[in-house]
Ligand binder design. Structure first.
Ligand code: HEC
Length: 109
């Protein structure tokens, strides 16, 4: 019988999906790699980490990284904010994106 994954099963799927991101992003506050730290990114203002130099594209973006915005960004970063400097083509699997965002939510700034 099919049943939806529990939140914790989903988080471990999300941890695996984060392998797509970890070369460029840490989950430790204030530790920037090629990209800014993603600790506490969920519901944070776009381009809000003062210790990171964002592209004009992200600096000029308004709003917050709510679940819906993050979901669109991870699916196709260039479609949502053209000209941003994140060299990632996108994660097409919706269940993996959802799990990844649940995982990111567990990291506080
Ligand atoms: C090859 C490197 C690379 C990979 C892989 C990558 N990113 Fe990024 N990411 C960046 C860079 C560089 C930026 C800054 C872009 C800019 O300033 O335009 C960024 C920016 C971001 C931001 C904006 C953060 C903020 O503070 O506004 C989010 C969210 C993000 N990435 C999420 C992800 C996720 C989730 C993944 C994995 C699915 C991922 N990235 C994969 C390099 C990468």
């Amino acid at each position: 019988m099919f049943s939806w994954p529990s939140f914790s099963q989903n988080v471990s799927l999300g941890e695996k999906a984060f392998n797509e991101c970890r070369a460029c992003h840490s989950l430790e506050a204030n530790v920037n790699l090629i990209g800014p730290s993603l600790a506490g990114v969920v519901n944070r203002q776009i381009a809000a980490d003062a210790s990171y130099r964002y592209s004009k594209s992200l600096k000029n973006a308004t709003g917050t990284w709510d679940v819906s915005t993050l979901n669109k960004f991870i699916e196709n970063p260039q479609a949502l904010f053209p000209g941003n400097r994140m060299p990632y083509s996108g994660l097409s699997n919706a269940a993996e994106r959802k799990a990844l965002i649940d995982y990111l939510m567990t990291f506080k700034p």
